[in-house]
Design a protein around this ligand. Structure first.
Ligand code: SF4
Length: 390
């Protein structure tokens, strides 16, 4: 009979926000602020209708203490089963199979089991808090929870550009390793269109400050965000701005427009024309071709991206990334249709997989069977499949 940690302890919980970057999928989440202090970007619905607030240092520490108690309980469980160090699969199975452990225990158990050690600080812009508060909260986190290997957070360029370099250095010394910035575009026309509230110049200042403070920088670019109207400027200016920053990571997250987003109204009223999948691929090609003189790692780790394998280290893997896009764009129409259906429907991830006979048979059958159901509009179906991830 496995040891039990007692009913009461399993009710421990702490506050968490709604999202984290895809690369933080296994991270432990702590909420330093609630929602987004800007909340005006026209493509984004994550925090719409939710009020922004700063959490006090005491509140944040309280959450960290609650998490520390959970970890203590889990270590007790593991050692009670005769395991010294680590968190074995057997203990993980107990936590996941018993309804007496809540989701916080499950998250913590998985975190221990995978040994990934990463922590992500929520929500949209932690840097609105005083540097002293962020630093003390991070120090408390590292004191209370052993095994942390990386701490990261979202930050807005406007806020980061306004900060003193000394404040950023203080936060880095406390233990913040990486900042994720939703740059979206380096084009002032696009930034204005989507009400990002920051100029390209400020994006450069913010990015450089983060890098100079010694933290890793992850910049998110949103292919398609200029629509057909500003596509080329979006690609060219985003590359120019990133060439000035040289971030550690450039992450692609292709645009999908939720029906609740203000940008959806622009689209419906004819003021914004979304790119097709193929046009988005061509825009990404132009963007990557213009990245120059930098050593960033391009990542395509978002489900919204059609070509997930367009990834690589600059400059050495630039040609490989361009070749992948060229290969897709050169495929016959029917092949591209099959690939898009397969990718959006979750049947495949890489271009080569289209040649797998079993996958291909399924996709051909789907195209044949689904066409009558959707009044022949396969494009509508592919869009619906892709939009399920919004
Ligand atoms: S700053 Fe980020 S979270 Fe806030 S509205 Fe814009 S995209 Fe959304």
């Amino acid at each position: 009979m496995p040891p039990d940690i007692g009913q009461a302890m399993k009710q421990i919980a702490f506050e968490q926000g709604p999202i984290r970057p895809p690369s933080e999928a296994g991270s432990l989440l702590f909420r330093f602020t609630r929602n987004c202090p800007w909340n005006k970007c026209s493509f984004c619905t994550v925090y719409k209708g939710k009020e922004f607030s700063r959490r006090s240092l005491d509140e944040i520490k309280g959450d960290i203490d609650a998490a520390a108690e959970i970890f203590q309980d889990l270590r007790t469980l593991s050692s009670g089963m005769g395991f010294v160090g680590g968190f074995p699969r057997e203990a993980l199975e107990i936590v996941f199979s018993s309804t007496r452990y809540n989701d916080f225990y499950r998250q913590a158990a998985l975190w221990l089991y995978t040994g990934k050690g990463s922590v992500f600080i929520q929500d949209a812009n932690s840097f609105v808090l005083p540097a002293s508060v962020i630093s003390e909260a991070i120090r408390h986190l590292k004191r209370k929870i052993p095994g942390i290997t990386r701490i990261t957070s979202y930050g807005r360029s406007g806020t980061l550009a306004r900060m003193d370099s000394a404040e950023l250095e203080q936060i880095r010394k406390a233990g913040l390793d990486r900042v994720h910035i939703g740059m979206e575009s380096g084009s002032d026309r696009v930034l204005k269109l989507i009400r990002k509230g920051v100029s390209a110049k400020r994006q450069v200042e913010a990015g450089r400050k983060v890098v100079e403070a010694g933290m890793e920088l992850s910049e998110y670019i949103m292919p398609g965000l200029g629509g057909k109207e500003i596509s080329e400027d979006h690609a060219r200016e985003s590359a120019r701005v990133l060439n000035e920053i040289d971030p550690h990571f450039i992450r692609l997250r292709s645009l999908r427009i939720p029906s609740r987003a203000p940008l959806h109204d622009e689209w419906r009223s004819g003021r914004f024309t979304p790119l097709s999948d193929d046009e988005t691929a061509a825009e990404i090609r132009l963007f990557i071709s213009l990245l120059d003189g930098i050593s960033s790692q391009v990542k395509s780790d978002h489900i919204m991206n059609l070509l997930e394998e367009v990834e690589g280290k600059l400059p050495e893997e630039k040609d490989k990334m361009l070749a992948t896009i060229d290969r897709y764009l050169a495929m016959p129409d029917h092949e591209r249709l099959l690939f898009r259906l397969g990718r959006r429907g979750g049947a495949l991830r890489r271009l080569d997989e289209i040649n797998d006979p079993a996958i291909r048979r399924r996709l051909e059958t789907a195209v044949r069977d689904l066409a009558p159901e959707s009044a022949g509009d396969i494009e509508k179906l592919i869009k619906e499949l892709a939009d399920q991830y919004i």
